[in-house]
Design a protein around this ligand. Structure first.
Ligand SMILES: [Zn+2]
Length: 339
């Protein structure tokens, strides 16, 4: 077969960002998968793009496949849902092509054999890759890049291991061997990895025992001292703006503040000297930055006194298992991280 193959998105027009950078990783999968298919006797047409906007990027892929008269088109992606969703799904235009149905099912089965959830074969006539191609086409959503389990499995398998699962499915094989052990990611991909300049969040916390602790920038450290309950938080950012607020243990949410100045108790930090149990941060992406690199979010987490970190919170989101804030009401916290 002549296979139009594409690692989704462009280095200049990124896809989803989570524990993994979708675009960077699916491009690695492409470069592993292409030679595997060639070794099976297939011709591979490179349908990748380095375009700067989404329409041009999508058109580049499907135009290349059409111009080369490919027999099938396969576009490799990673999903995202705010952290809760996981697993593998394959999208087709409709159910009319038996070969594509079979490949889609085998891909999902092969991923499931390694520990991914099988979300199955799905249809959508609205996706560009599926409706702008003149040949049977498939979008492979390999995994959820913002889900720690899926990212962990990816860390173990690598781009090569993932490519092997897809290659086997295309040549009509199912894989053997059981599920692999995920290597859990420690932190999401940093802001600014969408290709834009790094956004530096600086922050510090106060405890009753220590007063104000030193400033931390992004994930260089955490703010706090294990065992010492945080009472106040101050946050600044070197690009764009933010607002943040804390919830007092046994009390309520204090008013949101926007400044970063421990000597300004009105707007320079969040807190009133009492132990806090939750914090909420929202990042406003500058319009020019958002237009070029996409909207960015405050990504932050806290740890309860002497315990392990709770999951990462993005802005004030409530989807995908998030509460809209970091922390557990009623539980004092002793460490805070933000980037
Ligand atoms: Zn994608």
């Amino acid at each position: 077969m002549k296979i139009g193959l594409r690692g989704g998105h462009s280095p200049n027009c990124k896809g989803a960002i989570g524990y993994l950078d979708e675009q960077a990783e699916v491009r690695k999968i492409y470069y592993e998968l292409a030679p595997m298919l060639q070794a099976q006797g297939h011709t591979v047409i490179n349908c990748n793009s380095d375009e700067y906007n989404q329409n041009a990027d999508l058109n580049k892929g499907t135009n290349t496949a059409n111009a080369n008269g490919c027999d099938i088109f396969i576009s490799i992606h990673m999903n995202a849902s705010g952290g809760a969703g996981n697993g593998t799904e394959c999208w087709l235009y409709d159910a009319s092509n038996g070969t594509m149905n079979t490949i889609a099912d085998r891909i999902c089965q092969n991923f499931a054999a390694k520990g991914f959830k099988n979300r199955g074969r799905k249809y959508n006539t609205g996706f560009h890759d599926l409706n702008a191609t003149r040949m049977p086409a498939m979008i492979v959503e390999t995994l959820f890049c913002d889900n720690s389990h899926d990212a962990g499995l990816y860390n173990t398998l690598g781009a090569k291991g993932i490519a092997e699962l897809i290659a086997a499915a295309i040549v009509g094989q199912t894989v053997s061997g059981g599920a692999v052990t995920p290597v859990q990611p420690s932190a999401p991909v940093a802001l600014g990895s969408g290709g834009g300049p790094t956004i530096n969040f600086k922050y510090r916390v106060r405890t009753k025992e220590d007063g104000w602790l030193p400033e931390v920038v992004n994930l260089a450290d955490y703010a706090g001292i294990p065992g010492h309950a945080i009472t106040d938080i101050a946050i600044g950012v070197d690009r764009g703006s933010l607002w943040y607020q804390v919830h007092v243990k046994g009390g309520g949410w204090l008013p949101a503040v926007t400044g970063y100045n421990i000597n300004d108790y009105n707007n320079g930090y969040a807190g009133n000297g009492q132990v806090v149990d939750a914090v909420r941060v929202y990042y406003n992406t500058p319009a020019d930055y958002a237009a070029q690199y996409g909207y960015q979010k405050a990504q932050y987490r806290v740890a309860p006194l002497g315990g392990n970190y709770y999951p990462w919170q993005y802005d004030n989101e409530t989807g995908g298992g998030q509460d809209g804030y970091a922390g557990v009401i009623g539980q004092a916290m002793d460490r805070f991280q933000l980037f």
